[in-house]
Design a protein around this ligand. Structure first.
Ligand code: BGC
Length: 765
């Protein structure tokens, strides 16, 4: 009823809402004159075949010699390679040979490719090599492996995300592979989605901050180009299955999915990879609106747009928006694609050639794309230095890099429940069980050495699992193995082993998967794992659940009786030690949940929901409560306590163009040093479109000694207060706004002082 009455007020407010401008942003710099000259001169000499070749990317396995490969020496079939590079003029090769080579193996592989490209082709254009380094350089033996992005998001540590980017770039440069298909900037709005773990969580503001930091770090040396992926709306499939349609309005795409990409474009991202799926019936690879009008026209992106794997073909075979393969090529290129990850034949090049010859696609359109690709190669220095630099090997897997990954793992671990059970005292007698307790594949997840991340034989010796690391903290550890994630083990042995133990650590979750292989139809943790937890809990022993998983598998049945719940995500190689250090108190946990952890299968409402979604409408005994997740975005406990005070705003009344500043004091009121992550939320009290209950608009990680306090300052720009209006543009409406930190709240008014033109254009924010 209340909500209905309020809407009357809104009509008046809407009249003064201020749409921002639609002018394209000069977000990215034009190439340097020397680069332009080199590219112009090449382009003038290229044949049409050479041009469409540059737009073609082929998967490495097509060039591998038959038989087994060794990590130190990747053997190529030189005849096939020459067909690709010399005869078909391909511009790019991607992927790993199927299993991870060493740095030496990568160097040798790149040398063979560049030998052919720079010595045997007419114009000596080097090949651009692309790989997926999504949580460290994960396709290289002994590389530094970070937590998956969902864990990086839980750190809320932008400086560390930038450092991750720098380390990834140094290790890619050591390997000799300059193009990274990362960072993943998809927004994780659908927890069933098997790529949820690759995202920076459900709130695009986290993706904006951490994604920008990753891009800046990766591109800082100038030797590596990022590929923002997967543009756009990939993270919200209605079915939860990979590569299935998202049903999102264009307005909501701009509100929720576009901001991290827009921010990363502004940070200078050199390439973008397209989402394999569709938004509201529009296949992204066929969308001139999203690829050209928005990405180039509005966001000012100047770099290369690459398709995802085989996706032009899929416009015909899966999406059914192209009647033939050739028409799929026409549609994609006219939509704005520069390079096709074809990637297993030359059909794309042949069709494109024909389309130009018959006049369907003008040569000028081809020149645009080839210019972008050659510019990228020139800016990466490939014309002058096509070969891996042996000196760069010194930057591979350094002790400092390993420590950064360990820090990331420690900062990510999120303590979700602690009923006076943690930390365990050093030497505590513990039972350890559960399928993820002694597994390196589950600790690292997909995209680790192999695509699926599930080949345990590839992992380096000596990396501690959670069990190994716990054994370093206590001499009395009983382990009852349970190697299956879906089958019940020996329950009697587990319950017997609880006798005389102080606590049970039950390590549950998911083994590694990637992409569609990880599709599920039920978010609930597999029955066998719930039964294992219940059997342990039934003995009465204090039970700690450790969750090692790529997405929030539902645990309501066992959460209530758990004395402690620790969320580890997929924390990477250093994760075993990080988890054990948190359990035994060597590390004070400081991760915060970067998404909403659902309680029930069909209650997947996100934290930034509407007020109507909070209403409890249950009648007749129906359990239809309002928003009631298992855990909220931002939750995360510590072994110390923090108190917030003195939330103050820079002004009580601000103009539409002013933004607002806020400060808050945080104090460590406990007895231990610890990091707090201070989260600042905003809320527009009334709006012409229903406002979200809260939006995250600021975060800072701060380390505090016992008794220490710090005053943190936040600056919010006008666009941080705006929402995307029906016309797709940000609107900042006059009225009352709240700023919330913890349980503190301060209110200010936005007023129209007649300076509307000064509201900065930010259609992408
Ligand atoms: C994935 C991309 C990846 C590409 C190349 C695709 O299947 O969707 O994320 O970059 O393969 O490996």
């Amino acid at each position: 009823m209340k909500i209905h009455r309020r809407s009357v007020v809104l009509a008046a407010l809407a009249a003064v809402a201020l749409p921002c401008t639609r002018a394209p942003l000069a977000a990215q710099q034009a190439p340097a004159r020397a680069v332009r000259a080199r590219v112009d001169s090449l382009l003038a000499r290229m044949t049409l075949e050479e041009k469409v070749g540059q737009m073609t990317q082929i998967d490495l396995p097509n060039f591998l010699a038959a038989g087994a490969q060794s990590p130190d020496s990747v053997r190529l079939d030189l005849q096939k390679l020459r067909t690709g590079i010399v005869q078909r003029h391909i511009g790019s090769i991607l992927n790993s040979p199927g299993s991870a080579p060493t740095v030496k193996g990568w160097n040798g592989l790149i040398r063979q490719i560049q030998d052919v490209a720079t010595r045997e082709t007419r114009l000596r254009i080097p090949v651009l090599y692309g790989v997926d380094a999504v949580h460290g350089v994960n396709y290289t033996v002994d590389a530094t492996i970070f937590p998956q992005n969902i864990g990086m998001a839980a750190t809320f540590d932008s400086a560390l995300a930038r450092r991750e980017g720098e380390i990834v770039a140094a290790e890619l440069t050591a390997a000799g592979t300059p193009w990274n298909f990362a960072p993943v900037l998809d927004v994780g709005r659908q927890p069933l989605w098997p790529r949820f773990y690759e995202t920076l969580g459900e709130e695009p503001f986290i993706g904006r901050r951490l994604g920008r930091a990753q891009v800046e770090g990766m591109q800082a040396s100038g030797h590596v180009a990022v590929s923002l992926k997967h543009y756009l709306g990939y993270g919200g499939p209605a079915s939860g299955h990979d590569r299935t349609p998202a049903l999102i309005s264009r307005r909501m795409v701009r509100e929720l999915y576009l901001p991290p990409f827009a921010e990363a474009v502004r940070a200078g991202a050199k390439t973008v990879m397209v989402n394999s799926s569709e938004i509201d019936g529009e296949a992204l690879h066929a969308s001139r609106y999203w690829l050209t009008d928005v990405l180039r026209g509005e966001l000012g992106f100047q770099g290369v747009i690459v398709t995802d794997y085989q996706d032009i073909i899929y416009l015909h075979t899966r999406h059914h928006v192209a009647a033939t393969l050739k028409d799929a090529v026409r549609i994609a290129v006219q939509a704005g694609v520069d390079m096709s990850m074809t990637p297993n034949d030359y059909q794309f090049a042949d069709d494109l050639l024909q389309l130009v010859r018959e006049g369907t696609i003008p040569v000028s359109r081809i020149d645009q794309s080839v210019r972008r690709i050659l510019t990228l190669k020139a800016e990466l220095g490939l014309f002058d230095r096509p070969y891996p630099d042996p000196a760069a090997r010194a930057g591979f897997a350094t002790a400092g890099a390993r420590e950064a990954a360990a820090q990331a793992a420690r900062e990510s671990i999120t303590l979700l429940k602690n009923d006076s059970v943690l930390p365990l005292r050093p030497g505590a007698r513990v039972l350890v069980t559960g399928p993820a307790a002694n597994s390196l594949t589950a600790l690292n997840g997909g995209w680790t050495y192999v695509w699926q991340g599930n080949d345990a034989s590839r992992f380096p010796a000596g990396v501690p699992t959670i069990l190994d690391a716990i054994r370093k903290q206590s001499a009395d550890v009983r382990y009852v193995p349970d190697s299956s994630f879906t089958e019940l083990g020996d329950m009697a042995a587990v319950t017997r082993a609880t006798a005389g133990a102080d606590a049970a650590i039950v390590v549950l979750g998911e083994d590694a998967y990637a992409e569609g292989v990880g599709n599920i139809d039920d978010l609930t943790l597999p029955e066998s794992q719930l039964m294992l937890a219940e059997a342990v809990q039934a003995t009465g022993i204090p039970t700690i659940l450790v969750l090692v998983e790529g997405r929030p598998r539902l645990i309501e049945r066992v959460a209530g009786r758990a004395r402690g719940i620790v969320m580890a995500y997929w924390p990477g190689m250093q994760g075993g030690t990080a988890v054990a250090d948190v359990l035994f108190g060597r590390v004070n946990p400081s991760g915060r949940l970067p998404f909403t952890y659902p309680r029930r299968p069909n209650a997947l409402t996100t934290y930034d929901h509407r007020f109507t979604e909070e209403l409890s409408t249950g009648d007749g005994g129906g359990a239809t409560g309002g928003f009631d997740p298992q855990f909220q975005l931002g939750e995360g406990l510590s072994y110390t306590t923090f108190a917030y005070s003195d939330l103050k705003l820079g002004a009580d009344t601000v103009g539409l163009a002013d933004g607002v500043s806020a400060q808050v004091t945080v104090r460590n009121t406990g007895a231990r040093a610890g990091d707090d992550v201070v989260l600042l939320f905003t809320h527009q009290q009334y709006g012409s479109l229903t406002p979200a209950v809260r939006r995250l608009r600021g975060f800072q990680r701060v380390a505090l000694a016992p008794g220490e306090s710090r005053t943190l300052r936040f600056a919010l720009a006008p666009e941080d207060l705006a929402f995307v209006g029906q016309d797709g543009h940000p609107v900042l409406e006059p009225g009352a706004f709240d700023i919330m930190v913890g349980s503190l709240k301060a209110t200010f008014q936005v007023v129209n002082r007649g300076r509307s033109a000064a509201v900065r254009a930010a259609p992408q924010r």
